[in-house]
Design a binder for this molecule. Structure first.
Ligand code: GDP
Length: 198
């Protein structure tokens, strides 16, 4: 699979607007500002694919990108965590995300993007809990690794990995990543390649 082949397919505001539930897809999730868009843009070597630093209100859509192998896609899930957003809008996002996660048969795995300086916040706990209860495969990107020295970055990697392995066993993997330094791309490729086999 060539990740730099990714092209925009559809934005969906509800499940019925998603592409046909066939083939294989991998979804990227993360709190707002975690670095999810930057990670997708780095993976696909396309600085314009996912919108970075989105404004609240534009983030409610699920965006689908087609890869070069027919039927394979990457999916950008809505970001969460803007304090300014009204509760009603958060609840709408939540319902939308729940519907996607629960009903999407072609979903092979979730990439959960966390800022390495602030791992395992409430949204992350929710996603981990959901993977725990459904048996969904999870890959955690501890991004912005360039913001920490090597020692602290490694110690966060080991502690997050230890905690998640205890909960999810072989269904979880954790790596460091940096969009700025373009590090961790090969490791991400190999995990996605495993998931996107048709
Ligand atoms: P999103 O809301 O999760 O999609 O986050 P963005 O990708 O828009 O990133 C949020 C902010 O973090 C932006 O200012 C990015 O430039 C910055 N950022 C994202 N990834 C990295 C990284 O790997 N290293 C550094 N130093 N900054 C990053």
């Amino acid at each position: 699979i060539k990740y730099n082949s990714a092209v925009f397919n559809t934005s969906a505001a509800r499940l019925s607007q998603c592409p046909e539930d066939a083939g294989a897809e991998v979804a990227f999730a993360g709190r707002s500002n975690a670095g999810k868009s930057s990670a997708i843009n780095t993976l696909t070597n396309n600085s314009k694919l996912a919108r970075t630093s989105k404004t609240p209100g534009r983030t409610q859509l699920i965006n689908f990108f087609d890869l070069n192998v027919p039927g394979t896609r990457i999916v950008d899930l809505p970001g969460y965590g803007y304090a300014k957003v009204p509760v009603a809008m958060k609840e709408h996002w939540q319902k939308h995300l729940d519907a996607y996660l629960q009903k999407r048969g072609c979903l092979r795995g979730v990439v959960l993007v966390m800022d390495i300086r602030h791992p395992m916040k409430e949204f992350d706990e929710m996603m981990v809990g959901w993977c725990e209860s459904t048996g969904m495969q999870l890959h955690v990107l501890l991004t912005k690794a360039d913001k920490l020295k090597r020692g602290p970055a490694q110690s966060t990697l080991l502690s997050v990995r230890k905690e998640l392995k205890a909960r999810l066993g072989d269904n979880v993997s954790v790596q460091t990543f940096s969009a700025l330094k373009k590090s961790g791309i090969e490791q991400l490729h190999s995990r996605l390649n495993g998931w996107l086999q048709l």
